[in-house]
Design a protein around this ligand. Structure first.
Ligand code: DAH
Length: 341
């Protein structure tokens, strides 16, 4: 009986009809009431009980294969017939929707941040990704051989210690001060590069946004108010900020800014590690040394600067816990942000 089943299976698989009518004929011959499969079913009733299990499975497989093959062939031939019916196809048929892409969440967040600061009168500035030591370190008051240079692990180009990939967007501050006399009020988004092992919280390429405001009489209070406005716009009206003393070579005084955790409302949760606060950026008053190094009179002008990682802001806002997701381009991840902003 196994031979008979196999022989029929082979015929089902080899069946190559040219028209839908042939498929129907074939279906009746094989699966119809008086068809070959039912004949085998009759025969099955008479086989020895110890063979039933094995033969039953074989018969089932045959039946499923035949059903599937017949359905597929029928659809294929019907589609082909429909295509032939009219050269232009059916003009009344609804078009098939072409899936459209979506903006990357990092672009969306960057645009959002730029938009918030543009309302405060900031314009967007840009600078090169391949930089020299002056714009990334020296003009920003990183003394030579000072350990502050080790704060960021740098990629050098062709072992030339003067040419490097910028490690922060603060280099654009320097380019702006070269280009323009105060008042300067700019926001500078861009890619930055650091020689770091890739993990859920670090990457060798990421994005920052730098802000710089220089004018007569700019104070720390202005800085605080601008950042509070920013935090409320991004994380919601109820958001609070706090500033903790910190150190950066290019600002004095310097601060680290935290926003109240928008996930738990400041009560303490896993994301804010129970503190109710999330660290979001560095900032400070532009160090007078930086102003002088860039030809701006520190007696007359003062300013503030701030810098943040765009990935970090987007992670905190959307509860994304692995930085690498932003670089893997998995469509299932990216599409979740279509309507998020
Ligand atoms: N450049 C700093 C970094 O990459 C971030 C930063 C801190 C920028 C303080 C600033 C600032 O403008 O004032 O970690």
């Amino acid at each position: 009986m196994t031979d008979k089943i196999n022989e029929l299976l082979r015929r089902v698989e080899a069946f190559r009809p040219k028209a839908a009518a042939e498929v129907e004929e074939f279906r009746i011959r094989i699966l119809g009431k008086k068809g070959e499969l039912n004949a085998l079913m009759e025969e099955f009733k008479t086989v020895a009980p110890e063979l039933k299990r094995e033969l039953g499975q074989q018969l089932n497989r045959l039946k499923n294969t035949a059903l599937e093959r017949i359905n597929t062939l029928r659809e294929e031939l019907q589609d082909a017939a429909a295509d032939q019916a009219s050269e232009a196809g059916d003009l009344t048929r609804p078009g098939s929707a072409a899936p459209i892409g979506s903006r990357h969440p990092i672009s969306l967040m960057k645009n959002r941040i730029v938009e918030v600061f543009s309302r405060l009168g900031y314009t967007v500035a840009d600078g090169p990704e391949i930089e020299d030591d002056w714009h990334v370190f020296s003009a920003l008051n990183f003394p030579p051989e000072h350990p502050a240079r080790d704060m960021q692990d740098t990629f050098f180009i062709e072992k030339n210690p003067d040419i490097l990939l910028r490690t922060h967007t603060s280099s654009i501050q320097v380019r702006m001060m070269e280009r323009q006399k105060p008042p300067i009020r700019v926001i500078c988004p861009g890619r930055v590069f650091r020689n770091e092992a890739i993990s859920y919280r670090a990457h060798c390429i990421f994005h920052q946004i730098e802000g710089l405001y220089i004018d007569e009489g700019v104070s720390f209070a202005d800085l605080k108010q601008s950042l509070l406005y920013f935090a409320k716009e991004i994380f919601g009206e109820q958001t609070a900020i706090r500033m903790r003393p910190s150190y950066f070579p290019f600002t004095e005084p310097s601060a680290e800014v935290d926003v109240s955790c928008n996930l738990c409302g400041g009560k303490g949760c896993a994301v804010c590690k129970g503190t109710g606060w999330l660290e979001i950026m560095g900032c400070g008053m532009v160090d007078p040394n930086v102003l002088s190094a860039n030809g701006i009179d520190p007696q007359k002008y003062s300013g503030f600067a701030f810098g943040m990682g765009i990935e970090r802001v987007a992670m905190l806002k959307y509860g994304v816990n692995d930085l690498r997701l932003y670089f893997e381009n998995d469509i299932r991840f990216l599409h979740q942000f279509d309507t998020a902003f």
